[in-house]
Every structure is written in C-alpha cells, then in structure tokens.
Design a protein around this ligand. Sequence first.
Ligand SMILES: Cc1cc2nc3c(=O)[nH]c(=O)nc-3n(C[C@H](O)[C@H](O)[C@H](O)COP(=O)(O)OP(=O)(O)OC[C@H]3O[C@@H](n4cnc5c(N)ncnc54)[C@H](O)[C@@H]3O)c2cc1C
Length: 592
Amino acid sequence: MSIYFFQLMLFSGCVQIFTFYAYLVYYSDVLTTTYFQDLQPEYDFIIVGSGTAGSVIAHRLATETNYTFIVLEAGSKGNALLEAPVFGPFFHGSVFDWQFETVPQKYACFAMKDKKCKLAQGKIMGGSSKMNNMIHIRGNISHYHDWFHGLHREEYIKKQFEFIENEILHLSNVQYDSELAEAILHAAKELNYETLDVSHSLGFKKTIVSQKNGKRWCISDNLNSQKVISNALVENIIFNGNTAKGVSFSQSGKKHKVYAKKGVILSAGTINSPKILQLSGIGPKNRLKSLGLPVIKNLPVGRNLQDHIGSGLDLVLFNKSVSITANDMVDLFHVFQYFWNGKGPWTTPGCEAIGMLSTKNLKTPDIQFMVLPVGLSSDRGSLLRSTVNIADDVWDKYFSKTFESYVTTIFPVILHPKSKGRVYINSTDPTLPPLINPKYLSHKEDRETLINGLKLVRQFVNSKAIKDIGGYINPNHFPGCDDFEIFTDSYLDCYIKHLTLTSYHPVGTCSMGLPDSKNTVVDTSFRVLGVKNLFVADASVLPTLPSGNINAAIAMMASVFFDTNIKPKRNIPLCYKRDYLNNYLLKTCFVM
Ligand SMILES: Cc1cc2nc3c(=O)[nH]c(=O)nc-3n(C[C@H](O)[C@H](O)[C@H](O)COP(=O)(O)OP(=O)(O)OC[C@H]3O[C@@H](n4cnc5c(N)ncnc54)[C@H](O)[C@@H]3O)c2cc1C
C-alpha cells in the first residue's frame, strides 16, 4: 500500500470526524432554538443575516443606541472548536455552507463536473466570515469614494476603517514563519516590487489576518448571541403598500412573522439578499410575473454579479517542503501548540503573503497574488478536490500526478473583472437556491488579464529566490489543453477556461448607485429604490469589486449604513469600546 493511500485514509478520517462534529453542533442548536428562544412580535429594526455586515450593524445598534432589534440567521450557532483557522476548508460542503454552485459556464469551469463551479458561502452565525481566509485588506480607498458619488469624503471612509480595525476586529500577523513567504518577498524585491503599504498601490507583504491569539476572530464574536435567532430562514418581506413592515420566516418547519417599526435591513449576502427581494416582489418584473409573483417594484435586482476569479492551483512545485503541509495538520504537537499558545500550523489562514501587481505597467493593480502553502492535491483528494468540484478524469490525469512533489499555489486573481453575471430565482420555493450565472471570463479583457497574471507567476518562479529553494512550474499539460504548447497564450487561454477558480468574493447584485443608472437597486443611503423602511447593507450593494479581499470593505459599508440611517448625528462613536478609562471612569459616551 503506498504512502499516498495511507495519507488519503488519514485525511479522509479527519474530514469524517469534522463532518460528524459539525452535525452534532448543528443539531444541538436546532434543538435549542426549537424549544428555548425569546422572540418578541415587534422590534425597531430587523436584521436579516448575521454575517460580516449584519454583525457590524447589530454590534453598533447594541453598543450605541437603545433601539430594540433582532437578527434572524438561517444558519446555526457555531462553537469555539470550529474557530480553529485550520478548519476553514472543512466548512465547504458542510451544514455550515449554503453549497451554492453556478449554472454550467460557457467560458469557464471546464475542468469541473458539468462545467459548474462551486461558490461556498457561510450559513452559520457569522456568515462567510466563519469560513473565510481571514485576510484583511482595506483596498484602494478612492474606489469607495466613487461608490458614494461624492456623498462621503475619503477621510471619512478612512476613519470607518480605523474604527473597524481598532474597535471591532482583532488583527495580527500570521502566527508562524514559512520559507515560502520569505522567498516570495525576496523574489518581489529582486523584481523591484516595494513592500505593500496601506495605500495598496503595488507591492508585496505577509498576510495580516483577523485573529486573536491565533484563533479566528469574526465581527459576530462581538455579539450577544441572545440577539440572534438562529435556524430562522427568512422567506420574504411583509409589505403594507410600498412600506416594509416585517418579515416572514420559517424555523424547524414552523412559519413565523415578526414586525419592524423603523426598518428591515437585508444583510443576507450577495446570493441571498437578491433572492429574498425577488421572492418579495422586488426585481425584474418579467421574471417575477413569469413566476406568478406580485410586483411591488420593478428593479434590476440580481444583475451586476461580479467575482474575483483566478487560476493556477498546483502550478508551482518544489522539490522540498517550504511551508506547512497537510501532514502538519494531523501532527499532535501542532494541535497542542495551537491550544497552548495560539501558534503553529493550526493558525494558518491558507494564504501566507499577498501581492498587488499590474499587468499593464500601471501604478494601480489589476492582479492580486495570494500565496498559498498548499495545492488541491496536498490532501490527496480527501476534501479540496470535491470543494472545487474537479472532474474525475482531470483529477486522475493532472492533480494526482504531483503527489511526489511539494505542491503550492501562487494564485493570481483579476481585481476588477469586466465579466458580469446574474442571480435569479427560478421558483417561488424559498428553500431552493437561485440560479447563479456569474458568466466567469466571458469578457475577453478578463481572460487577457488572467493570462498575463499567470505569466507574472512564472516570472516569480524563475526568480533566484524561488529557484534557490527548489521551485519550478508544474511541467504537466492540463487535460483538455494537450493540443497547445505549454505556457503559450493559447495554452493559457485554454488552461484558465478549464481551471477557473473563485476567491469567493461575489458582489453587486443589489447594486448601490444613482437612481437612474441601469444597475441601481439601492441609493447611496442603502435604501431600496421606491419602497420605504427597506435597506440592503452587505456585499450585494458593492457596485464594483475592491482592489483586494472584500471583507473589510463590506464591514466599512455596514458601518457607513449605520451612520447614515440609524445614527446620523455623528459619524464615528466618540467613545470607543476599548477606551476603558473613558468608559468606566468618565462615562462620557453619548447614548441615543
Ligand atoms: C471561503 C471564503 C473565503 C474568503 N476569504 C476571504 C478573506 O480571506 N478575506 C476577505 O476579506 N474576504 C474573504 N471572503 C469574503 C468575505 O468573507 C465575504 O465576502 C463576507 O463575509 C460577506 O459578508 P456579507 O455580510 O455580505 O455576507 P455573509 O457573511 O455571507 O452573511 C450573510 C448571512 O446571512 C445569512 N442568510 C442568508 N440568507 C438568509 C435568509 N433567507 N434568512 C436568514 N439568514 C440568511 C447567511 O446564513 C449568512 O450568515 C471569503 C469568503 C469565503 C466564502
């Protein structure tokens, strides 16, 4: 029996144990919520979704106002063990994932079963932040200024980030040193890249992560869990005329209604917020009518779907171990190290360094590199293969051929894609997922950018710093691209259409904008056009993608939402939560 088969058995065992434990946590929460919970018939505000955005709003409501509110969350509550960063990938396909997938793609995802890419999104208290890679990046602030069409100045947006970073999140460096990350930074220097600074122009740096003592830290960790009703699937919004009055939701097979005096805030994410709006009669009128739904407001809900797309899994091989490997995860010493002092491989965010690059020699980036210590084949097929939906023959002909090397990934991502897709309901059954057609790589310019991004990867691999530690490009032809000479433009065009990978950053389906623009669903105050007391504040309102991972930008937007609609009197709280002297001695905090 080969060592690889033994490893497959070992890793598969770990996946099974996690799955069993996840079910245990999930069902104990379902039992608790069925019999013990305190739900009032009416609140000032109802927040739908406890992810990044919903948690910022709930936290600020709780700490800065006397308003009553409730958060309705379709997923269950998690627990501390699930917070170990190493378990992030285990969430994919589990009971804590919505398990979305795209419709078959015309220009992308050819290496996946039925040409469908998976699009994991968190279904748990904390939403996608409970399964994300914890990478914290502000992105380029001038873009955010444009989203508000001049309503907020850059200085104000910068202050929002400072508030989130200092008061709501815990940020830290990655908790272990890897030879790979160091070598990438040396390679970057060799190729004349600067260290990436806060302005996020071009450059490289080690990853900053949202962790506290090596444990995952999410904004929802600030919340009083009593304020979150879990396992509550919001089905639609209750209207009186064109005023939102509350929501209907189902929980453990029972239907409930709950009302909001001041507003319903949708923070259900890029796929579910448009779904709830459409089920409630807000969306493209022809689609709603074809499903027999009454039209409350004809709006382009579901359009403008964008995502950060990349490629290059398992493209960079080494002839020795240069970072953590899947074996490190099952080493008992590392388990002990994590629980003892929050250090070591169990703290891995899965991305050790990031870089911002321009394929057009400009000063602003169009490609982000994420440097991953592993590849798809690192776990021998026990988990990652199915989370990406890789077709069996592709696994056999490509990924399983690299077991003898140490596999890593320099993942180039298109920062500002031109390809735009849609999210539409296809049924009035709220338990069914909507159709997701992101039209990945349908715009020629995106394909060119990604091809050039892969050429930059090769440039890095050919640097002295990477060569010195035994790095080389995977020499195997990708299945389906055998007719092309390796690394030519036509080969790379074929390669990216096959191995298309999301960074799980969908945005844009309830886009913010000026009222007469063709994609606008909410105005620059987050109000759904043409209806009262209904707001959307989450990733779906982002009209374009930021230059970097999106969690920080979403938190910033949610904080701006709060300032604009709930606490318009002042922009940033005068008294911060961790301003202990002021809070406990002087008590000068203003409370609404
Ligand atoms: C695998 C993965 C890795 C990522 N890595 C990073 C990273 O390293 N850095 C980064 O910056 N970003 C990352 N992201 C992206 C980032 O985490 C998300 O974009 C962000 O969390 C989205 O916030 P949100 O509030 O819009 O939605 P979510 O956080 O997804 O929250 C939506 C919430 O609403 C709930 N909900 C949905 N429908 C209903 C309903 N009908 N009724 C009640 N509740 C409902 C959901 O269960 C969920 O809890 C990653 C995302 C994923 C999935």
